[in-house]
Ligand binder design. Structure first.
Ligand code: MG
Length: 237
């Protein structure tokens, strides 16, 4: 994949923007960080909130096994994975419902007005995801342009979710942009050959997002929305 592609060429070819969900469209990461760190503690595994952000995008099993290998020296059994994941999900569901990320709808409306496709690529395995997305962002997304954990064999940082997003949209990597917040998500998008804008909506330093391969790092979704389309913007749409 040619990453020397300049912004003008990418702008000319652009057909779709692929969005990650948690930490990009929804301000859900603080709740995920709280639920993961507390559920792990209950099972004798210590997970700092920052580690949740570093591992965002991994499957539940993958996340649990990183901790179990560190503290127990082995993979968690299927039963342990199930128990910990259930505890995490129960804690998460007990928290106040997460809200749309400020600026997300502004950006989505601009992109829709440009006639570009909007695609969701998430590692989430939430049923009724479409209902939730449609309630928060009416008339923006369609079910055939969504990739969830149910569509792929390998989660981020594997490129499969983003490659599936391109396939569903019927486009090439050079015709898309990804908007991501997580290091592993950025790695996945770049491994799929897609120009990637990171929005730093969490506690990690910008350098972590750059080192993961982000082509640009923006301070927030609102900032990206406000500057999308401006001639002076670094990425000149
Ligand atoms: Mg995310």
């Amino acid at each position: 994949m040619n990453f020397e592609l300049n912004n003008f060429e990418l702008t000319r070819r652009l057909k779709a923007v692929l969005f990650d969900m948690d930490g990009v469209l929804f301000d859900s990461m603080p709740n995920h960080a709280y639920a993961w760190s507390h559920a792990m503690t209950d099972f004798g595994l210590k997970m700092e909130p920052e580690e949740v952000y570093m591992n965002e995008g991994r499957t539940g099993k993958g996340t649990i096994n990183i901790l179990s290998n560190h503290y127990w020296g082995r993979d968690a059994t299927d039963e342990e994975v199930e128990q910990i994941y259930e505890a995490k999900s129960a804690l998460f569901n007990s928290l106040p419902e997460t809200q749309p990320m400020p600026g997300a709808m502004d950006l989505l409306e601009k992109i829709r007005a440009q006639g570009l496709m909007r695609v969701i690529v998430t590692g989430s395995a939430t049923h009724a995801l479409l209902d939730r997305v449609n309630a928060a962002f009416p008339d923006i997304f369609s079910p055939e342009l969504m990739v969830t954990a149910f569509d792929v064999r390998h989660g981020k940082p594997n490129p499969e979710p983003y490659l599936m997003g391109l396939k569903k949209a019927g486009i090439q990597a050079s015709e898309a942009i990804v908007v991501e917040n997580a290091p592993l998500g950025i790695q996945a998008a770049r491994a799929a050959g897609i120009f990637t804008i990171a929005v730093n909506t969490g506690p990690l330093p910008d350098s972590v997002l750059r080192e993961a391969g982000a082509n640009l790092v923006m301070p927030s979704m609102q900032y990206l929305a406000d500057h999308w389309g401006e001639p002076s913007f670094t990425f000149n749409i």
